[in-house]
Write a protein that binds this ligand. Sequence first.
Ligand code: 5GP
Length: 177
Amino acid sequence: MSYRISTLISQEELEKGITRVAEQINEAYAGKELHLICVLKGGVYFTTELSKHISEDIRVSVDFMSVSSYGSSTASSGVVRIVKDLDEPITGKNVLVVEDIVDTGNTLSYLLEMLKDRGPASLKLCTLLDKPSRRTKDVHVDYTAFEVPDKFVVGYGLDYDQHYRNLPYIGVVEFDD
Ligand code: 5GP
């Protein structure tokens, strides 16, 4: 199947959006400790950039987790499995989950329930992109950099069959008929 990629959110817009979210986080966690959980692989570019904008008066730590919905198609299958668990316990910590995109909400609703059972002091969710029109699970998103339409997007961590994560912008995959 042939396709083209067109720009949806430019590099400059991404930088502004990420800075804006970081400012909200800096205000909310001023003087506190903050444990970032990067959801691999898609969240890695956003987590890296976001964390560099977090104020030095917030003591930041970072851990990584990898979850996957079965299959590698462009639609989430609804079944979630943990591919890599966290290295550190989160009990008593202010946890902020950092995700690339919330689509149906299936992955995040599963992940947040699981993390809640581990007893964090607080548990919040920050996403680079939100596709609210596709939501089937009720997931509360605390920080969103951008809302996007119901299109398949790539870049800045998001892949199409493991490619295009390295694009410095968000693009829409447009399939030719
Ligand atoms: P959800 O469980 O919210 O439906 O989907 C979560 C996961 O599906 C995301 O973390 C991402 O890996 C994948 N996903 C959903 N929408 C898109 C999209 O537009 N582009 C890409 N590359 N992945 C997506």
